[in-house]
Write a protein that binds this ligand. Structure first.
Ligand SMILES: [Zn+2]
Length: 185
């Protein structure tokens, strides 16, 4: 189970977290903590492979940073090339001589899909090259069913977020942690 792999890797934390959006949550997922272990990364991504192995895919494309390792490992397991898009002055692009041929079927990868913002940015690039997006593959699917492309998630995860005023954890007086930093506010 991906949830177990996340927990073993301390990639899924429970507590009281301050998110970059300013909202509070009771859980926090950081897939990079799982992906630092290549054997766990391979196992987690094998769950995605089960869902996408029958799709017609020519190439796997992940937006940097979150999508790169997932693209690489998914490409390795599917026997397909894996490339990535990256931002240049804020704009998502294909660099390094990477190319997508017109009509190529593309699977987008992400570590976590929530609103799909960076996946959509990568999709725009793929479609500019004439590629055909067949879906978005991710380790953790946090989307609410409103993504305009099929989402192939290794696992579904619902994380509740709260505004400060309505946060039950604040009311309990639980100390808040900013994920990724060691300091506790
Ligand atoms: Zn709170």
């Amino acid at each position: 189970m991906i949830i177990d792999l996340l927990k073993e890797s301390n990639a899924l934390l429970e507590g009281h977290f301050l998110l970059s959006s300013g909202k509070h949550s009771d859980r926090y997922v950081q897939c990079a903590k799982l992906l630092q272990y290549p054997d766990r990364a391979a196992e987690a991504i094998s769950f995605i492979v089960e869902k996408v192995k029958d799709l017609d895919i020519d190439i796997v494309v992940g937006p940097a940073m979150g999508g790169i390792i997932v693209a690489y490992e998914l490409g390795r397991q599917l026997g397909k090339p894996a490339i990535f898009t990256e931002r240049e002055e804020g704009e998502m692009k294909l660099k390094r001589g990477f190319n997508i041929e017109k009509g190529q079927k593309v699977l987008i990868t992400e570590d976590v899909v929530t609103t799909g913002k960076s996946a959509y940015e990568a999709i725009r690039v793929v479609e500019e090259y004439g590629g055909v997006v067949v879906g978005i593959a991710c380790i953790v699917d946090r989307s609410k069913g409103d993504i305009k492309y099929p989402v192939y998630g290794g696992t579904k995860l619902e994380i509740k977020t709260y505004d400060i005023e309505g946060c039950p954890l604040c009311k309990e007086g639980l100390p808040i942690v900013k994920p990724g930093s060691r300091k506790i506010k």
